[in-house]
Design a protein around this ligand. Structure first.
Ligand SMILES: NC(=O)c1ccc[n+]([C@@H]2O[C@H](COP(=O)([O-])OP(=O)(O)OC[C@H]3O[C@@H](n4cnc5c(N)ncnc54)[C@H](OP(=O)(O)O)[C@@H]3O)[C@@H](O)[C@H]2O)c1
Length: 291
């Protein structure tokens, strides 16, 4: 569904939340507008729609609109012709473009955002202060992860100085139904990205390596993958049921047993050092491109 002039003229076409300040009274309103429509926005939109948010209350655009069109096809969201159009139709604007593209897109947004209109930035390595300096409005920086797609995500958020209570409600409406929201500060965001933004990839890589070791020792690949994937999933469900990571490990490992031996072998090969190197590598990239 594409937003165009026809939509502007059809009152309530978006199943709307009512006209927003500064918009024409007949403009279809969208609660959320996404500038950039790649993997993290796809995950966010899938989660929002799965949680009951009306698809016609979501609008998106991207450089080529390939991602937005695909998501429109899949989920029924609206497609806008550019960032300015997203700003015009949306109450909350979410910026989710590649870090290298962000300064140009922010400059474009600076002249279009309405007074008090909230911008939530998912962009990595893009400081809150830089956003505030460019936009002079309420901004929230968020680091989500792709598990938002299945409403099991996590998102760390840091708010700029112009963020008010009503903006927090908008942040909660965006992320609260599809993930756990953790309020933090801007200075922690690079570390958050390295640990939780990257988290699903890191745990997946760990699972792949574990399955690979089983295959190397003779287990067939399909069986190995099912066993590891279901173990990972089950661990997540145990966490969701309220258990802590040490409690889960304690349910499995007993003194002198094989799991204890496996954990000791991991510790002896410095699993902390390995993960530390992984976090440092991510931080290194993040800090080098920080603006
Ligand atoms: N993926 C994650 O798990 C994750 C988690 C947290 C934060 N983030 C951050 O979120 C941002 C997006 O990540 P992603 O993984 O979704 O990236 P992605 O899959 O590569 O998608 C990037 C999107 O940005 C669009 N884009 C690029 N330049 C643009 C421009 N000038 N105007 C409008 N749209 C533009 C692209 O459009 P075209 O395809 O049409 O070129 C594409 O839709 C990044 O800053 C990333 O660091 C990602």
């Amino acid at each position: 569904m594409r937003l165009d002039r026809g939509d502007e003229l059809s009152a309530g076409a978006a199943g709307a939340a009512g006209p927003a300040p500064g918009a024409g009274s007949e403009a279809p309103r969208c609660a959320f507008g996404f500038v950039g429509c790649g993997r993290i926005v796809t995950a966010t939109v899938r989660g929002l729609v799965a949680s009951g948010h009306p698809a016609e209350g979501i609008v998106a655009t991207s450089r080529t609109n390939a991602g937005a069109s695909a998501l429109a096809e899949e989920q029924g969201i609206r497609v806008a012709g550019g960032a300015a159009e997203v700003v015009r139709f949306a109450d909350t604007v979410v910026l989710a473009v590649d870090p290298a593209e962000a300064p140009g897109v922010v400059a474009e947004l600076a002249g279009t955002l309405r007074e008090g209109q909230l911008l939530v930035s998912f962009v990595a390595s893009y400081r809150l202060a830089t956003l505030e300096k460019a936009l002079h409005g309420p901004v929230v920086r968020a680091v989500p992860n792709v598990a938002l797609a299945v409403r099991e995500g996590v998102a760390a958020v840091a708010a700029g100085q112009r963020v008010e209570r009503a903006h927090w409600r908008q942040v909660h409406a965006l992320l609260g139904g599809i993930g756990h929201v953790v309020v933090t500060d801007d200075a922690s965001m690079e570390l958050v990205s390295a640990v939780a933004g990257a988290g699903p990839a890191l745990f997946s890589a760990f699972g792949e390596a574990l399955a690979g070791e089983a295959v190397a020792r003779g287990l067939d690949e399909t069986t190995a993958k099912v066993l590891v994937a279901q173990s990972l999933r089950g661990t997540g469900v145990l966490l969701g049921a309220g258990m802590s990571l040490p409690e889960i490990a304690g349910m499995v490992a007993s003194p002198g047993g094989m799991t204890r031996a496996a954990l000791d072998a991991l510790a002896a090969r410095d699993i902390s050092g390995t993960l530390g190197a992984s976090v440092d590598a991510a931080l290194d990239v993040s800090h080098r491109r920080l603006v």
